[in-house]
Design a protein around this ligand. Structure first.
Ligand SMILES: O=C(O)C1=C[C@@H](OP(=O)(O)O)[C@@H](O)[C@H](O)C1
Ligand SMILES: C=C(OP(=O)(O)O)C(=O)O
Length: 431
């Protein structure tokens, strides 16, 4: 389904932020890896979190859900042998479950999104798991992937590269406590999206798992033979999805309030509040409430985007309307997400009339405070964050933007357009 985004000068109203994608993934996983019954309050509902619900059920967890919570009885360190798992288009779900699959005799991860997840590289995790004893079939590091694990998989000295994705390290941090041997994990090369590893460590600690981490998060000691403890968890609001709502409020005349965004969150994307402030957006952030009173006037900024990886596209969309030239650097790993979030995204921004440039690891935006032409059709590249960010651009374009296949927004934020509509945005689905 396509979305027509018609220029909207004013947004106003209050919404509750969606629930965090990254915390929902982690809580569902550790609840499944525990033997007792865990309760997760306010879990996210999206294609990615549904994919994890489906897979942990396939692996033997029992899930009961009502409006407000999900009750999970886990399979502990004995997942049920399954032949196939379908993770949809969810990168984190795939990588985390590839580690869990190392406990099983043979699992194949199927390729349902050849144009998106099917193009993403998993070599670094495959190499690490192979060195630990798993036998793995794959297509040059990509899906479909068959993992043969079980008793042959051992802890010990483990190395993993962090230069493409932090999810490989997180996956090993979830697996190693369950192995008989103690493990030492060394991160090779750089570690991208380092802040997200903080969320993994936080959740592991909540689940009663002991991990000793060096302060630079490049070395870890993980005692073996541990058991995940069944727990009660509360999922906080999601900054990456809310980043697009806040950007929309920043580029328009607005009076927008978003609840459930904790100031002390470990989500790196909470930095989008500081980015928008640095752009000159009038806003306050107090007691978990962000209040934007936008006037559409923005100035250029320079930021290390790796600190808020899933918020970069929305901040770039705001920078399209800023006075001056903005730079978002250290963002090369955006190329390995649902699409190439540098080349593919900038191609769509240019179609809409933005003046943008790319380097290997940088996005440069020459702002156009006078607005952009719009009036074109945008290819979503199967990427929810491209859809959300281009919507922000469309709200301030001179003519409507049509975003093709905008239903892929449901990967993380199925209510995105409902929330925008509630704030007064002129957005309309079309076949
Ligand atoms: O661990 C996680 O849950 C995630 C890690 C990040 O990926 P990378 O580490 O690949 O940057 C982030 O972009 C993704 O949305 C979720
Ligand atoms: C990159 C993302 O997700 P994943 O890697 O889990 O597919 C995202 O949510 O922007």
């Amino acid at each position: 389904m396509d979305m027509i985004v018609t220029p909207t000068p004013r947004l106003a109203g209050e919404i509750q932020a969606l629930s965090s994608k990254n915390y929902t993934t982690r809580y569902l996983l550790v609840a499944a890896l525990a033997e007792g019954t865990s309760v997760i309050r306010y879990p996210a509902h999206s294609e990615d979190s549904d994919a994890l619900r489906r897979c942990v059920r396939d692996l033997g967890a029992v899930l009961e859900e009502d409006e407000e919570k999900i009750v999970v009885t886990g399979f502990g360190n004995h997942p049920k042998p399954v032949k196939e798992l379908d993770v949809g288009n969810a990168g984190a779900v795939l990588r985390f479950l590839m580690a869990v699959a190392a406990l099983l005799p043979e699992v194949t991860f199927v390729n349902k999104y050849p144009e998106s997840l099917g193009k993403r590289p998993h070599d670094d995790l495959i190499t690490a798991l192979e060195r630990m004893g798993a036998k793995i079939d794959h297509r040059e590091g990509k899906l479909p992937i068959t993992i043969r694990g079980g008793d042959a998989v051992r802890g010990g000295k483990i190395q993993v590269s962090g230069s493409v994705s932090s999810q490989f390290l997180s996956a090993l941090l979830f697996l190693t406590p369950l192995l008989a041997e103690d493990s030492e994990i060394e991160v090779l090369n750089d570690l991208k999206s380092k802040v997200v590893v903080g969320q993994t460590l936080e959740v592991l600690a909540q689940a009663g798992i002991v991990v000793e981490a060096s302060s630079d998060l490049m070395h870890f000691k993980v005692p073996g033979g541990q058991r995940y403890r069944a727990q009660e968890y509360v999922v906080q609001g999601d900054y990456p999805g809310s980043a697009a709502i806040l950007a929309a409020a920043a580029v328009t005349d607005s009076d927008v309030v978003v609840h459930r965004l904790l100031e002390e969150s470990k989500q790196g994307e909470r930095a989008v509040v500081d980015v928008l402030k640095a752009m000159g957006t009038p806003l306050t952030h107090k007691d978990g409430v962000v209040h934007v009173q936008g006037n559409g006037k923005l100035r250029a900024v320079e930021f290390d985007g790796d600190e808020f990886t899933d918020g970069v596209l929305a901040m770039v969309a705001a920078a399209v309307f800023a006075e001056g030239t903005s730079r978002f650097y250290n963002v090369e790993n955006l190329r390995f997400k649902e699409c190439d979030r540098i080349t593919d995204y900038l191609a769509e921004l240019r179609k809409a009339g933005a003046n943008v440039e790319e380097k290997r690891d940088e996005i440069i935006v020459h702002g156009r405070p006078e607005g952009v032409e719009g009036g074109v059709t945008i290819d979503a590249h199967f990427d929810h964050r491209v859809i959300m960010a281009l919507t922000v651009v469309g709200l301030r374009a001179k003519a409507p933007l049509t975003i093709k296949d905008a239903h892929h927004v449901a990967k993380s934020y199925p209510n995105y357009f409902d929330h925008l509509t509630a704030l007064g945005a002129n957005v309309r689905w079309t076949e």
